[in-house]
Ligand binder design. Sequence first.
Ligand SMILES: *[C@@H]1O[C@H](CO)[C@@H](O)[C@H](O)[C@H]1NC(C)=O
Ligand SMILES: *[C@@H]1O[C@H](CO)[C@@H](O)[C@H](O)[C@H]1NC(C)=O
Ligand SMILES: *[C@@H]1O[C@H](CO)[C@@H](O)[C@H](O)[C@H]1NC(C)=O
Ligand SMILES: *[C@@H]1O[C@H](CO)[C@@H](O)[C@H](O)[C@H]1NC(C)=O
Ligand SMILES: *[C@@H]1O[C@H](CO)[C@@H](O)[C@H](O)[C@H]1NC(C)=O
Ligand SMILES: *[C@H]1O[C@H](CO)[C@@H](O)[C@H](O)[C@H]1NC(C)=O
Length: 834
Amino acid sequence: MAKSNQILMLSFLLSLLIISAIGDEKPRGVTYDSRSLIVNGNRELFFSGSIHYPRSPPEMWPDIIRKAKEGGINLVQTYVFWNIHEPVQDQFDFEGNYDIVKFIKEIGKQDMYVTLRIGPYIEAEWSSGGFPYWLREIKNITFRSYNEPFVYHMKKYAEMVIGLMKKEKLFAPQGGPIILAQIENEYNNVQAAYKENGKKYIEWAATMAAEIYDGVPWIMCKQKEAPPSVINACNGRHCADTFTGPNGPNKPSLWTENWTAQYRTYGDPPSQRSAEDLAFSVARFFAKNGTLTNYYMYHGGTNFGRSSSSFVTTRYYDEAPLDEFGLKRDPKWSHLRDLHRALRLSRRALLWGTPTVQKINENLEITVYENIAEQMCAAFLTNNHTTKPSNITFRGAEYYLPEKSVSILADCKTVVYNTQTVVSQHNSRNFVPSEKAKNLKWEMYEEKVPTINDLALKNREPLELYSLIKDKSDYAWYSTRINLNHRDLPMRPDILPVLQIASMGHALVVFVNGQYVGFGHGNNIEKSFVFRHPIVLKPGINDITLLAEIVGYPNSGAYMEKRFAGPRGITIQGLMAGTLDVTQNVWGHEVGVFGENEQLFNEEGANKVKWTSLTDPPPGPVTWYKTYFDAPEGTDPVALKMDQMQKGMMWVNGKCLGRYWVSFLSPLGQATQSEYHIPRAFLKPQNNLLVVFEETGGQPDKITIVTVNRDTICSMITEYHPPDVKSWERSGGKFCAVVEDLKAGASLTCPDDNVIEKVEFASYGNPDGACGNFLMRNCTSPNSVKVAEDYCLGKHTCTIPVDREIFDEPDKDPCPNIFKTLAVQVKCVVPKKN
Ligand SMILES: *[C@@H]1O[C@H](CO)[C@@H](O)[C@H](O)[C@H]1NC(C)=O
Ligand SMILES: *[C@@H]1O[C@H](CO)[C@@H](O)[C@H](O)[C@H]1NC(C)=O
Ligand SMILES: *[C@@H]1O[C@H](CO)[C@@H](O)[C@H](O)[C@H]1NC(C)=O
Ligand SMILES: *[C@@H]1O[C@H](CO)[C@@H](O)[C@H](O)[C@H]1NC(C)=O
Ligand SMILES: *[C@@H]1O[C@H](CO)[C@@H](O)[C@H](O)[C@H]1NC(C)=O
Ligand SMILES: *[C@H]1O[C@H](CO)[C@@H](O)[C@H](O)[C@H]1NC(C)=O
């Protein structure tokens, strides 16, 4: 007792020393030096995660933030999305999932901090990079440049956002959670295009921001020449090796975007970034003076409505530690949680020790943070070789280092974590057809394909699409009329005229005389395309009608205000007189489709038209479908599986779930996205109205409503895995083990309160593969499944030791001379109530 009191006293004195060592901080607020940020007087390591409030409904925020906190995150980074807050000039919206104040307060309530990236340019795979449409129509504006109208509106916006934060007392000096603010975003990518107005602009932006508010540090990411008052930060996959460091001696090394994978555009194959690779780069960054890293994204969420930028999928960063549905994606979530724990075990040495780097050879490196007087020491052992493991000797002990890995020694002796050896569990995702929401009864309503007589807005040539639709819709009808003599038409029935449409993007549904001809589209890399298709024309009047579409406004590059989309050159080839150019033939236009303008997707609008039962085969293009369904059983997240549909939009109870595009296959021959999230918050217990607008033709009776879980969990542990990082703690500055048996084991924990119902796979020996797809090899212990069942069945959580004696009697070991691996896969279920 007396002894532990002494220790407590000592560490108290020590912390006083440390506080006085860092000087005369204000009690509240944020400062920094070359080592780290200092928040309310405390030096800290920051593990930050990007979570964007408009990409999930407020009902999901507390759970997402809690899971981030459980994952060791202590800082949440979000952009501020101008176009949702000021959709019409001087008309503001901060309701529902646009309620940024509520979002920031929830983070504060859970004792975490916030980085506010106000942009106003945010990129973020968000429509127009966050700029509202009306800004584009301001006379003589040039976005992101030292241009009078732009800087006027940017300043007004910055004042509005910062004013709101101040009024709600959300900045750290006011007792709130915001500790960092960012102005502009990745300006290095475009600065050269603006010449001297680029440099002038960025200096103006930094000064303007600090003049409005200087209570927290301002940062700029990807901005090598950030003005002295601003901290430059790194964005990328491998900042430890690519970041040239802060641009001033008194600025800390911050990583504002560590990409957890990559966002997807339609046509892309799945994006991958392994937990091991992420952990390696973060560990390297902290080994090289880093004190703040941010995962972009920690939770991506959903691009509801028309919010995503050009060709970006409705699902956003599903590969993040929390997947689109807010479920923990393991091992990414759990392996990073363990990394954060390992770095926190080393925190004192990292923040108050002095780094020394010893390069053993080309690939091996030792970094030690030590403060001998205070007995603080932590070390990083790095093996940068991508394929060869190595042994490394450090302070008299030998350590095994797997390929491309960093081991963290929290006391300069004990390996508490290795980035390449995943001790934590894995899981895989299941989409389960709902029992309650099935056998849907669909009705349909076909759009009338208009002719020029139906379209009021006339112009000699087709109008430019972005400025025609003004961000009110994805769609606009274009139609023109030609009068042909029978002598104009080819005589032979096997030769047809060809309609050619050069489009600046993004997609087109083409009709001639009301009949569907075809669908053409560009992609994220090349938005423009040429549509060519044979058509049937008749003597007399012929109507050519196009449904032109965008798939989101662009969000990047210089001069975003000067972009163009839509049909541009239209010709009919192969007439008897040659080619007929109809580009200047006078076109009629209308923004939006009828069903959208009449709001067929809500109860009131749906009553305006007469719906009919589905025809067999189902009808063609531009058709609306509606049905009702009851909320699926349980509490798991819900999604629509759109397998046999092609392209369009979906609404539930009047709320737009976003665009779907299932017919755009990736090079792997699969849809980039076939499941679409319906937040539970959008649902009532019964009679939910589901409306789908299909552009080209699909089979709505094949749509299924599914629930989503990650109840398949796995563990794969070898004999050289370090024990779980939870085996150690630091109390009062002392590092100690808190379990008796310091050995690796296969630990499994079901989500929520679920319990393990079944062992689906277990192999102790030399198994291979991955969670959901394990393979048995020839060295498997015959007792593997039984041992796993004994330890785990009926449990919420279990740990199976990786121990030869548990699996085989010494004389019966099938392969005594190999390094053993244990792979287990189990299925969790909701526990049965007695
Ligand atoms: C826009 O620019 C043109 C050409 O520089 C100038 O003549 C005009 O006055 C400007 N309009 C406004 C509203 O600033
Ligand atoms: C880390 O900080 C130390 C001490 O300030 C400095 O000597 C060293 O160059 C820094 N290392 C890197 C990689 O920036
Ligand atoms: C580590 O290896 C990568 C290639 O795999 C290389 O780009 C990087 O520069 C290396 N880093 C160090 C510190 O040697
Ligand atoms: C590391 O050392 C162990 C034990 O000394 C040895 O068995 C192993 O082969 C070594 N591994 C490498 C990659 O050098
Ligand atoms: C398993 O297969 C490997 C090679 O495929 C072989 O070397 C080994 O002897 C086999 N072990 C047993 C127990 O069959
Ligand atoms: C950032 O994260 C990526 C994975 O998204 C990882 O490869 C990289 O090493 C990390 N960089 C740093 C400096 O943490």
